[in-house]
Design a protein around this ligand. Structure first.
Ligand code: GLN
Ligand code: ZN
Length: 765
């Protein structure tokens, strides 16, 4: 009989109680025993919920004290060698030390989990001596059984994925590491088998990236080893986030089940199933409910899909499940009281997804008639959102179609714009600027809170923001910066601020998702056609400009970043949503220009985050991402200088796309990419204005003048001084006032020294 399952459940709790417990423990406000008890309670509550909803195969060991990759490393005693550790179970203090750093040792690197906004702790193998310190999956299994009589499905990160995500070894050493880890995995699995565990889910999402011959052979040997060592244990080899590249090889592995993503990898996975069939002795985990999207599934459509899948597997062979862990969606829509009715009814967060999975399973087992009412209700709810005016702004749709139909280009090519802008501004060589935000002090945050609560009137709050702008315009002038900014004091974060002012967005009250460790984000929802309603940044920018004779740069967040940091509707291609955002933001760009703001920065720090996992799809994404930026910025006059900014990631392999954005100036983070970016400029040059961040704003220390001069010199060996700008590597909102002023003074001093050296060079060019 067909069963239901999920791949993992959010850890944070409906009220972020998990986050609160972690932070209380870190702050010393919670004893370790009480902390562990609290986490256990949260964990059991989550299991109970799945049990009550009727999920048949419930995952255990998906819970974590921080991150599941860190858990896996700790379970195998893999601790970076800069920490004091001599074997045995990893104590909590050390566990959190690896994640967050200690006085003595820096934290481990943190990286995006595939193409999600979840970040994991990168294991460092160098110097490690792997042993099994505790069988965590077994403990989780026992706990669920004892407390709730649940026959849990332990979830384990597979060896190939674990190794591929780790660092601290040479590519040629991978087999040596595999042979050290395999016996430990075997021991884990054998103990699970002895305990009587039925299903274990081994996550190998690395399979969707495409494996070369070597990795394929490794995969085969891993799962042959497991099958021989624990023959009674049923292994579900789980993939997600995309279609698998080597379907035939995968279904030939000696495992009991294969889990496939039939949402994000739908077309290819389904085509493979149709073409090659599915082995009769294996179970298919059909991931039909989107584990990362927030939308209610079209139950009829999903049933049709399951019926299609059922042509290739018997009902006994089928498990209906989520496409990936529900870690990536908020907990429940139940408490959302402020969303438009038609929107709320069309959303499904983790708990609602459990219901969907159970419903689909019931429909298969008992027949569609048994759930006819629910199917009908679902259809109505989806229809009501589809027909809502917010999704049918025909003026927006027509305007977007019209502008996207043409290639967006500026009036003149860069050389001509450069000349016009130079003549107009007569900036010194190596002009200095900042990225946008200045410190959001406790005072600033407090003021916003009071205003949001209604305790401060609009006038009072606006007056306060103006005061801050005034203080910082003065400071920037005094420090000697050439291109000023207003400081972004009116913004909480760079997406929410715009989302609240544009039509088509909604904000949940409790829609939090874990981003890394205890840090959670609450992404806006783009649910309707995006539309510009009124100028969003003009007042503050104009006010700042009125206080100084120096140019003030307007500051916007770009279409791709807004999209990548939001949950977006799934009835339109992402490309179309991006163009709608471009069209709305273009109107803001034009409003700034009309208000006399001569330089406008459109930030795109998150372009890289949207890059598809499959290499074959990346070029297409980059093409429309670049186009979206150009659509936003192309209508301004030649003398209006368009800036952009990027950070957070490595960009050295996408400079062609960055150049194609055709921004007059880009400021880009280099301090953490270890010179790889400069290296690539050496190889190919860069023809537009560029500022490489000369210091790392993420560190609380004040950088010395010499550090920055050497950074500048290094960059100017490969970049043209006439096109080079000097700036920090990101916004300064998280920094304190004094360190910021001191750092910027040093930056201006470093610039003065560099100008002495390079003004000659430039005038002779
Ligand atoms: N303009 C934004 C700021 O300075 C850019 C932030 C970012 O790159 N994440 O805060
Ligand atoms: Zn940045």
């Amino acid at each position: 009989m067909t069963k239901s399952s999920v791949l993992g459940y959010p850890r944070i709790g409906a009220d972020r109680e998990w986050k609160k417990a972690l932070e209380a423990f870190w702050a010393g406000k919670l004893e370790e025993k009480d902390f562990r008890d609290q986490l256990k309670e949260i964990r059991l509550q989550h299991l109970k919920k799945q049990q009550e909803k009727g999920i048949a195969i419930i995952p255990v060991n998906d819970f974590s004290y921080y991150d599941h990759i860190l858990d896996t490393a700790a379970m195998f005693g893999i601790v970076p060698k800069r920490f004091a550790y001599d074997g045995g179970a990893v104590p909590l203090a050390l566990y959190y030390g690896i994640a967050r750093g200690t006085k003595e040792a820096a934290a481990s690197e943190m990286t995006k989990w595939f193409n999600t906004n979840y970040h994991y702790i990168v294991p460092e193998l160098d110097g490690a001596n792997p042993t099994l310190t505790e069988n965590k999956p077994l403990l989780a299994y026992r706990e669920a059984k004892e407390a709730l009589s649940i026959e849990g499905k332990p979830v384990i990160v597979g060896p190939l994925t674990f190794l591929k995500l780790s660092k601290g070894y040479a590519a040629s050493e991978i087999d040596a590491w595999l042979s050290r880890l395999l016996p430990l995995y075997v021991q884990v699995l054998q103990e699970l088998e002895q305990e009587g565990v039925r299903w274990v889910q081994i996550d190998e999402p690395i399979c969707v990236k495409g494996l070369d011959e070597g990795d394929l052979a490794r995969l085969r040997s891993i799962y042959e080893t497991f099958a021989a060592a624990a023959p009674k244990l049923k292994i579900m080899l789980q993939t997600y986030f995309e279609s698998v590249e080597q379907y035939q090889a995968l279904i030939g592995l000696p495992v009991d089940g294969i889990g496939l993503d039939f949402v994000h990898g739908l077309k290819t996975n389904l085509a493979a199933l149709q073409q090659y069939g599915f082995p009769a002795n294996k179970t298919l985990g059909a991931g039909v409910i989107d584990g990362r999207g927030i939308w209610k599934a079209d139950a009829k459509e999903k049933l049709a899909l399951l019926q299609e899948i059922s042509k290739y597997v018997s009902s006994e062979q089928l498990i209906v499940q989520s496409s990936c862990s529900l870690l990536h969606v908020p907990v429940t829509t139940a408490r959302e009281a402020k969303l438009p009715v038609e929107l709320k009814a069309a959303l499904a967060f983790a708990d609602e997804k459990l219901d969907e999975i159970v419903l689909l399973t019931r429909a298969l087992v008992e027949g569609e008639a048994a759930v006819a009412d629910q199917l009908k209700a679902c259809e109505e709810e989806l229809k009501s959102l589809r027909q809502s005016p917010s999704r049918n702004r025909s003026e927006v749709q027509q305007a977007v179609a019209a502008i996207a139909g043409k290639q967006p280009v500026r009036q003149s090519p860069f050389a001509k714009r450069y000349e016009a802008q130079e003549k107009k501004w007569q900036l010194p060589i190596l002009p200095t600027t900042t990225i946008g935000s200045f410190p959001q002090s406790a005072e600033v945050r407090k003021a916003r809170q009071l205003w949001r609560k209604g305790e401060w009137s609009n006038e009072r709050y606006e007056g306060f923001v103006r005061e801050q702008i005034g203080i910082w315009i003065k400071l920037q002038e005094e420090i000697g910066i050439d291109v000023l900014v207003h400081g972004e004091f009116e913004r909480t974060d760079m997406v929410e601020f715009f989302g609240e002012k544009l039509a088509g967005f909604a904000f949940t009250q409790f829609g939090w998702v874990q981003s890394y460790g205890s840090r959670c984000v609450k992404p806006p929802i783009i649910y309707g056609d995006v539309a510009f309603e009124e100028a969003m940044t003009v007042e503050e920018t104009k006010y700042a400009a009125s206080l100084t004779n120096k140019p003030v740069k307007g500051m916007l967040t770009g279409p791709i970043t807004i999209m990548n940091w939001s949950f977006v509707r799934d009835d339109l291609p992402r490309e179309q949503i991006a163009y709608q955002l471009s069209y709305a933001l273009r109107q803001e760009v034009e409003a700034l220009e009309a208000a006399g703001i001569p330089m406008i920065q459109v930030d795109e720090p998150a372009v890289r985050e949207g890059l598809p996992l499959k290499e074959s799809e990346q070029a297409e994404y980059l093409e429309w991402a670049v186009k979206a930026f150009r659509l936003t910025t192309c209508t301004v006059q030649d003398t209006t200088q368009i800036h952009t900014h990027m950070c957070y990631c490595e960009f050295h392999d996408m400079i062609d796309s960055i150049e194609a954005m055709d921004a007059d100036v880009i400021s880009i983070e280099t301090s953490r990419s270890h010179g790889e970016l400069i290296q690539s400029f050496e190889d190919r040059g860069y023809k537009l204005g560029i500022g490489l961040g000369v210091y790392d704003i993420h560190s609380p220390r004040v950088p010395q003048v010499e550090e920055m001069t050497s950074m500048i010199n290094r960059a100017l060996r490969v970049l043209d001084p006439k096109l080079f700008w000097i700036n920090p590597d990101c916004g300064l909102k998280t920094r304190g006032l004094e360190e910021t002023v001191a750092s910027l003074r040093n930056m201006v001093e470093a610039t003065r020294i560099a100008r002495g050296e390079y003004s000659n060079v430039a005038s002779h060019n």
